[in-house]
Design a protein around this ligand. Structure first.
Ligand code: HEC
Length: 120
């Protein structure tokens, strides 16, 4: 009887140890890489401004053909029309008219919107 109890205790001990080491092995697994730069790296001045300057300003810059619909003129002009820009570029993808943004550009732009439209 005593032998049985000892065997039971030893088995339970091994079971606990086995489940612990399995859990630790799962925790050590590296994180799955997330596409796109970290949120802190995407700011208006470093990424969004140059992108909009090259892909939107030709039509939406001051005095250009589509300036009446939205005029691209610095951070404030993007923040004040953020919802329209977000829907036309990221949701409906109707802008930039006559072109497309790369998957990486779309992903970085999404990150910038998600992180609250930081200027710097
Ligand atoms: C080739 C010219 C052209 C380019 C390049 C262009 N747009 Fe436009 N955009 C237009 C025209 C024309 C309209 C109005 C007609 C329409 O909505 O399709 C418009 C409309 C818009 C609107 C208003 C949409 C609405 O529903 O209120 C936004 C916002 C906008 N563009 C943002 C952008 C952004 C951001 C880019 C760059 C990523 C861009 N556009 C590039 C010509 C352009």
């Amino acid at each position: 009887m005593r032998k049985l109890i000892i065997i039971a205790i030893v088995s339970i001990f091994y079971l606990i140890m086995a489940s612990c080491s399995k859990r630790q092995a799962e925790e050590i697994q590296p994180d799955v890489p997330v596409p796109g730069p970290p949120a802190s790296a995407v700011s208006y001045s470093t990424f969004v401004s140059p992108l909009l300057q090259s892909r939107c300003a030709g039509c939406h810059g001051a005095g250009r053909s589509a300036a009446g619909i939205w005029t691209f003129n610095g951070h404030a002009s993007v923040v004040s029309s953020a919802a329209r820009i977000r829907s036309s570029v990221l949701v409906n993808k109707t802008m930039p008219r006559g072109g497309t943004l790369s998957a990486a550009e779309l992903s970085s732009l999404q990150t910038w919107f998600d992180s609250g439209l930081p200027n710097n």
